[in-house]
Ligand binder design. Structure first.
Ligand code: ZN
Ligand code: ZN
Length: 148
């Protein structure tokens, strides 16, 4: 049996649980930067059926951050919690730093490195991609941008 993971926002109003996270990575895109106030976001992915809000779902706020993506925040404290994209309808991305134990989902790659500021260098030796990975689930093979 796989132990479920738990997490939530800074003020504690919103809580969630997930199991079997996979494909954990960093995103350095401008939307991640603007919505977090940080130079990058580490996110992990779960199948929809393996993720559930367990408290405070009615306080969530949704920001349509692009033509294809949405982000959920705690409406009280502003913590960014999840990212959903239309091209991966069966999956949800969870901000790793919102986990109670961030060590449970270590990143294995970096995407949108083209947007990383010079003062936040990427030097951990993990795989790096300028935009999306060419094998991103839900995109055409070789497609690395979802802006068109
Ligand atoms: Zn909160
Ligand atoms: Zn991003």
């Amino acid at each position: 049996m796989i132990e479920p993971l738990h997490g939530g926002c800074a003020c504690g109003a919103v809580r969630y649980t997930l199991s079997a996270p996979f494909d954990t990575g960093w995103c350095h895109c401008r939307i991640c930067q603007k919505t977090s106030g940080a130079p990058a976001i580490a996110f992990t992915t779960a199948r929809r059926e393996n993720f559930a809000w367990t408290a405070g779902e009615d306080t969530l706020r949704v920001f349509n951050s692009s033509d294809f993506g949405r982000r959920c925040f705690c409406g009280l404290c502003g913590s960014l919690l999840t990212i959903e994209v239309d091209f991966q309808p069966d999956e949800i991305d969870i901000a790793c730093a919102s986990l109670d134990d961030p060590e449970a989902a270590p990143p294995t790659f970096h995407i949108f490195c083209k947007d990383a500021p010079s003062w936040a260098p990427i030097d951990d030796g993990l795989s790096r991609y300028d935009q999306f990975r060419p094998d991103t689930r839900g995109l055409e093979p070789g497609q690395t941008s979802a802006e068109t």
